[in-house]
Design a protein around this ligand. Sequence first.
Ligand SMILES: [Zn+2]
Length: 326
Amino acid sequence: MKPYAFGVDLGGNAIKIGLFQTTGNLVEKWTIPARLEDHGSQLLADVVDAIRAKMAERSLTWDVVEGVGMGVPGPVDQDGTVMRCVNLGWDILNVPQAVRELEPAIEKLKVANDVNAATLGEMWQGGAQWNNSAVMVTLGVGIGSGIVVDNKVFVGSTGAAGEIGHMCVNPKETERCTCGNYGCLEQYCSDTGLVHTAQLVLEERPEEPSLLRDGEITPKTICQAAKKGDAAASEVLDRFGQLMGQALTAVACTVNPQVFVIGGQMAQAGMAILKPIETYFRRYAFHAFRNTPFVLAELGEDAGIYGSVRMLFDEVKLEEEEELDL
Ligand SMILES: [Zn+2]
């Protein structure tokens, strides 16, 4: 393999880019703004320009760059076609083709869903190393998950495998989820879901004093209050744990991964978030996977660039092996 490669994490708030050595070492990372106007039509051109500028700065030519790995926040099929990406404003788009029109020198380009990429990143250099199957759950504005089996990302027939945020956990719900259905996991266990639960708990217990009654309620303040022994905050995390435990037990029944990785912005609260999930998972789980380990993600917001470049390496190795077989 050539000595360098780029990993890109295309997010709705910002685009993160990493220059890697193909030995796996991250040389430099930086962030550029994500211009969402005109249905995100400038995003790929901005990525290509940023890569060209970095190469010029470091006097690198395409002769020494193996290719580019890219994670995007939406369903992606095996060819790198994005099937609508609401956060970026994209409709159906073949990303490798679009990038090659901008820069024909990029021969090797691997595109995948960002959470799938992050899962591979955590298995490569983060919290889930030394495993060949893992499910990573990202908790934030939404809930996503990446499924890796035998070191391969499982994308499903329409690229939607791992959309556990839209698993129905309460068929009696009367409020709609952003997807249009009722009772999705995301409605209760995303950051807004957790805040909503906190408001409900406070309404149910009007007489009970709680730290949550002072100031803004966020996942962070809920976790901090629970650590101080606040009963209402503990109840919020308990309900969160019950639903997450229920959902992940269903995932384990289907996938039976070696490890669960808990990541995303809410996981920055650490054990306060992880512990209730693990407690209820152990309570509900079938005996054969009751002891599945739970770990916190370690690469933070860098997991996407690590994973996307790793996917590129895997694809290149696969192609090389296929050539040897011929
Ligand atoms: Zn939903």
